[in-house]
Design a protein around this ligand. Structure first.
Ligand code: SAH
Ligand code: SF4
Length: 361
């Protein structure tokens, strides 16, 4: 068998972010340093969010030098923070290879929710979404996923640190399970980043095998489904992925998803003016979701001039909501925050906008 040879100097240095405590212990042990260094390192990485080895002042000099020589922390860099008039903040991150992703600190009543990305771009091709329009570039690593959260915590400061986390930024999280699951474990671990599982929501366009695997991984996170349609015919049109995983199968997977006590699945329903916003649609939706422990989030579509949809008038949105309420559902209208900084749902497409700018299209 051919043994691959590595040129030592050109091999990329491993990133520490993404390693859990056991992995750090092993890493430190292999390098010949005492085991308690792993505990210190873990603290600096996940509790303090250190971005430089120089910050880790209680590490012995020789250990710090060895780390700087042999690995990286693995943080992205925050390129720009755009502050919306509603108090939300869009963070633009540059990754090590120059790719760009975004997350949004969304101001809620008296706390912040952080909306994070899981892929650079997205391959799912939903017709109403700018991330989909821009296409897929690559998976985000575990380090990059958690880096968004740790850096946003720093930008926000202690008082405004995000309380909830939603994977509703760029990308389809369940098509990146390999990096997502370890990230979720670090995020939810009370000894690491420590955002309780019930405060973390993974949103999916309905990747069935992914929903099953996420359930099996037992991370304790909540699930949101981007349903966006009340029947297969229309869903096939706006979300071609529905041809592979149609609504009935998707709802079966939701019923089988291991929910913690009293928790409910969130169904997102992007409202497209004149397309899926009629009372008939509301009736169909009610029939589909009858008996499901769920809440419904109605999201009036956020416009982009590249896409051929309309935002529905307010009264149609409210009429739709009223019907669902009258049928005993929990249904709220989510007016997206951060619209003025292109930070609203479906508007995160920095990777593509940069390209557009560069080619002068
Ligand atoms: N890929 C995952 C998570 C990211 S998308 C998913 O699709 O669930 C997050 C949410 O934004 C989805 O519910 C999607 O339907 C919604 N969305 C996409 N484009 C939108 C737009 N232009 N206006 C409002 N919501 C949008
Ligand atoms: Fe991808 Fe979600 Fe946008 Fe669909 S809605 S293209 S799955 S990011």
């Amino acid at each position: 068998m051919a043994v691959p040879t590595h040129n030592h100097s050109s091999r990329p240095k491993p990133a520490l972010l993404g390693m859990d405590f056991d992995a750090l212990k092993e890493f430190v042990r292999e390098a010949g340093f005492p085991a308690f260094r792993a505990r210190q390192l873990h603290h600096w990485l996940y509790i303090r969010g250190a971005t430089e080895f120089a910050e880790m002042h209680n590490l012995a000099r020789d250990f710090r030098d060895w780390l700087a020589e042999n690995c990286t922390i693995g943080h992205a860099t925050v390129g720009e923070v755009k502050v919306s008039t509603d108090g939300s903040k869009k963070l633009i991150y540059r990754l090590a290879d120059g790719k760009v992703v975004e997350s949004v600190l969304i101001r809620e009543r008296n706390w912040f929710t952080l909306c994070v990305s899981s892929q650079v771009g997205c391959a799912v091709d939903c017709k109403f979404c700018m991330t989909g329009f821009g296409g897929f570039q690559r998976q985000m690593t575990t380090a990059e996923i958690v880096s968004q959260v740790l850096l946003a915590q720093r930008v926000a400061g202690k008082d405004d640190s995000p309380r909830n986390l939603v994977f509703m930024g760029m990308g389809e999280p369940l098509l990146n399970l390999e990096n997502l699951i370890p990230a979720l474990r670090l995020l939810a671990d009370p000894d690491a980043i420590g955002i309780a599982g019930r405060r973390i929501t993974v949103s999916t366009s309905g990747i069935l095998p992914g929903i099953e695997k996420l359930g099996e991984a037992n991370t304790g996170v909540s699930l949101a489904i981007s349903l966006n349609a009340s029947n297969n015919e229309y869903r096939n049109r706006i979300m071609p992925i529905n041809k592979r995983y149609p609504i009935e199968n998707l709802l079966d997977a939701c019923r089988a998803f291991p929910l913690k006590q009293r928790r409910r699945i969130t169904f997102e329903y992007v409202m497209l003016g004149g397309e899926n916003d009629t009372l008939d649609n509301a009736r169909e939706l009610a029939v589909l979701l009858r008996g499901m422990p769920c809440k419904i989030n109605l999201i009036p579509w956020n416009p982009d001039s590249h896409l051929p949809f309309k935002r529905p008038p307010e009264d149609r949105v409210l009429r739709f909501q009223q019907y669902l309420l009258s049928q005993g559902f929990t249904a709220s209208v989510r007016y997206s925050k951060g619209l003025d900084v292109d930070g609203a749902c479906g508007q995160l497409a920095a990777h593509w906008r940069e390209k557009e700018k560069a080619t002068g299209k």
